[in-house]
Design a protein around this ligand. Structure first.
Ligand code: ADP
Length: 305
């Protein structure tokens, strides 16, 4: 029996360098990437929808068409007059990647200005997904509008999943980031942090400390991703480590965490077993990091069980 999965956040235009020096255009963003992998891993009786705000320009039209062709529902996306999508560019220098962003005035920053539209989309869904980046791009007032709706969904028994995806540069201060990430976890049933980020920005000295902290904020289950060292599931006193899959040649780790989250949720929603879901997610993420780019085609993931 399927349901409706709604991912909330910002998808951007992505420019990357092709081998001939030309720029290649794509579309990506943490919460969109997770929706992409959830779509690739869930059967057709599940609807995967994306909630954001876009502009009324040709690039917004193209992004919506791209999402639609990927099987991701766009019916609740808000269109704002005179606005445009955010943009980022991947720079490659001596094999090292760096990113430049143009997202300060993107349409997605206003995704929660219409509280009624947000409520309608959330009420129509069974599973909600958002990230610390979703919260970071919103005004404080809009972030609280979104959080209130997510808390309602959680109270109604829906699965609300949250990846803190800590990006200090998107926040006005570390204090603001700490406060809002805690609010995000309070609104969530399942929190999916990456240990590297948590250790760096919350000074956690162990995975157990990360699990403890997010459970104190109000999360029911915490899954801490830790790169090649696997992922730890904490849903009580004890943590269960699920190993990563060995990858001999890592090509591009973009989207490792996003694909893990999408695959984990897809498996968990069908089988309700966090340990086997994390095992499946590790296989998907291991495949994703052996390709360039955030979005690996569903065909390449099909045989993974
Ligand atoms: P993020 O991309 O959010 O920083 P991680 O680096 O922790 O997240 O990676 C997420 C998941 O991707 C890990 O739990 C693991 O399953 C997989 N993964 C990441 N890096 C590797 C690697 N070098 N080898 C194998 N699996 C990896």
């Amino acid at each position: 029996m399927g349901g409706r999965f709604l991912s909330i956040g910002e998808c951007m235009v992505e420019l990357s360098q092709a081998d001939d020096g030309h720029l290649r255009k794509g579309f990506a963003g943490d919460t969109f990437n997770t929706a992409w992998y959830a779509r690739a891993c869930l059967p057709k009786d599940w609807a995967i929808d994306y909630f954001t705000a876009l502009g009324d320009d040709a690039m917004s039209d193209e992004m919506i068409a791209f999402m639609g062709s990927a099987g991701i529902g766009t019916q609740s996306i808000r269109r704002l007059r005179g606005k445009t999508p955010g943009l980022y560019m991947i720079n490659l220098k001596d094999g090292e990647r760096s990113f430049s962003y143009w997202r300060d005035s993107s349409a997605a920053r206003q995704l929660a200005t219409d509280g009624d539209a947000l409520r309608a989309a959330i009420e129509a869904s069974d599973v909600l997904y958002f990230s610390g980046i979703t919260l970071a791009i919103l005004s404080r007032e809009d972030a609280f509008t979104l959080l209130a709706e997510l808390r309602r969904a959680k109270a109604a028994g829906k699965l609300v999943a949250f990846d803190p995806n800590l990006r200090p540069r998107l926040w006005s201060s570390l204090d603001a980031m700490h406060t809002m990430i805690a609010e995000g976890a309070r609104a969530a049933t399942l929190v999916m942090p990456s240990f590297d980020d948590e250790a760096a920005h919350f000074s956690d000295d162990s995975i157990a400390a990360t699990i403890r902290r997010y459970r104190q904020y109000g999360a029911v289950m915490v899954i801490v991703k830790n790169g090649p060292d696997g992922a730890t599931i904490g849903d009580g006193v004890q943590g269960t480590l699920v190993p990563a899959v060995k990858v001999v040649k890592v090509i591009d780790t973009t989207s490792a965490g996003d694909s893990f989250n999408g695959a984990f949720l897809a498996h968990y929603l069908q089988h309700k077993n966090a340990v086997t879901a994390a095992g499946f997610a590790a296989k998907i993420a291991a495949r994703v990091i052996q390709e360039y780019g955030a979005l690996v085609s569903p065909e390449k993931l099909k045989s993974i069980r």
